[in-house]
Design a protein around this ligand. Structure first.
Ligand code: 1CP
Length: 354
């Protein structure tokens, strides 16, 4: 494997010294880029794009051709795992994800199985191998998965949800069944992430997009517990280097202390917490990734630069910070504003790494 030419992302996650603060953007490959929309049209549909390793590789690299980002993230989706568990995923145009066979009963949970990452999910591993080869050591490649709780919201609801009526109904009325569902999903996620490491992923991120919808007690029992179990089962070294793990719970700012105990190397932060206060709370336990409000990218390049400056100042001196947005980049953002964001992070952060 080619030597890494830019490893500041991996170094920052391990709190090792860096020259400038590394930066990438959640959903950096996506609809705000005209070249992404063109490739997606060529692929036919979003899932066809995910299932074509050459095209998935192409869109993974597109944002790196525009911006000097410090990491690439596998182009795929968190919902590939429940799809491979037999639920039948499709993306209806303009409606988001739909599962043909949602999980509503004990019999539905019993039917779930742990998919073979090199079987049903081989297209993801092929994409990882293709991207890694194509990157040729330019920047590290991030592999990812959804958290069991976040995947369960889609599996039980049958798609996106605002109220979580069915999944919370199951959690409150049939907690043992919910645990059974989360347990098999956690096994699936562990094997899936380890297979991504074997295929070439150099860091891992777990997206717990809906953990913040839980009560504090239920967050511990139904989300964090399973992420902790996954982290303890992950391969943490490849090619003689550590494979850092990032946990991101959207809306999880109130639980950073317990998240820092989960065994991950870093926590992702949304924009509702002050990153300096977060750093004081987690101490030396973990690095932090985040946390500019993605809507700042709708503002002028001057305003974007000022916001970057204030987040860098809040974090303060030294390594342990990976700059990112607090959630995915929005589809109507002007790519030139994303360019101003990345440039501001690199330029303004040098003085924090003397
Ligand atoms: O029409 C399109 O082109 C599809 C839009 C899209 C894209 C670009 C979807 C559908 N998924 C993705 C890619 C994707 N999804 C990545 C790629 C890598 C990157 O560049 O960052 C990643 C990491 C994800 C992860 C993902 N998918 C999450 C977790 C992160 C987050 O944003 O909170 C979630 C919740 C999903 C589900 C999903 N995928 C797509 C949709 C429309 C949805 C539903 C979102 C919802 O319920 O609100």
């Amino acid at each position: 494997m080619a030597e890494l030419k830019n490893d500041r992302f991996l170094r920052a996650l391990l709190k090792q010294p860096v020259d400038v603060t590394p930066v990438w953007m959640m959903r950096q490959a996506g609809r705000y880029l005209p070249e992404y929309r063109a490739t997606r049209t060529r692929a036919g549909s979003f899932m066809d794009l995910c299932k074509n390793p050459e095209l998935a590789c192409e869109v993974t690299i597109q944002p790196l051709e525009r911006f000097p980002l410090d990491a690439a993230i596998l182009f795929s989706d968190i919902l590939t795992v429940p799809d491979a568990m037999g639920l039948g995923l499709r993306f209806a145009e303009g409606e988001g994800p739909i599962f043909d066979r949602p999980v509503r009963s004990a019999a539905d949970v019993d039917r779930l199985f742990v998919p073979d990452p090199e079987g049903e999910l081989k297209y993801v591993m092929d994409a990882v191998r293709t991207i890694r080869r194509e990157l040729n050591g330019r920047v590290p490649l991030i592999g990812f998965s959804g958290s069991p709780w976040t995947l369960a919201t889609y599996m039980v609801e049958g798609g996106s949800s605002k109220e979580f009526a069915h999944v919370k109904g199951m959690l409150y009325d049939q907690p043992a069944l919910m645990h059974k569902l989360l347990d098999v999903t956690a096994q699936a996620v562990t094997q899936y992430l380890n297979a991504q490491v074997d295929a070439g992923a150099q860091a891992l991120m777990i997206f717990d997009t809906w953990g913040g919808a839980l009560t504090p007690r239920d967050y511990q029992e139904f989300s964090l517990r399973y992420m902790t179990k996954i982290v303890s089962g992950l391969k943490r070294e490849a090619d003689g280097r550590k494979v850092p793990v990032v946990l991101f719970t959207k809306g999880g700012g109130q639980w950073l202390e317990s998240m820092a105990e989960a065994g991950a190397d870093a926590l992702g932060l949304d924009w509702t917490v002050d990153i300096g206060a977060a750093r004081a709370r987690v101490g030396d336990k973990v690095a932090l990734q985040g946390n500019m409000d993605p809507c700042v990218l709708y503002a002028s390049p001057e305003r974007i630069r000022a916001e970057v400056a204030s987040i860098l100042a809040a974090y303060g001196q030294g390594s342990g910070h990976v700059f990112n947005l607090g959630h995915g980049i929005h589809q109507h953002v002007n790519p030139e504003h994303a360019a101003a964001f990345v440039e501001a992070v690199h330029e303004l952060s040098a003085s924090y790494h003397p």
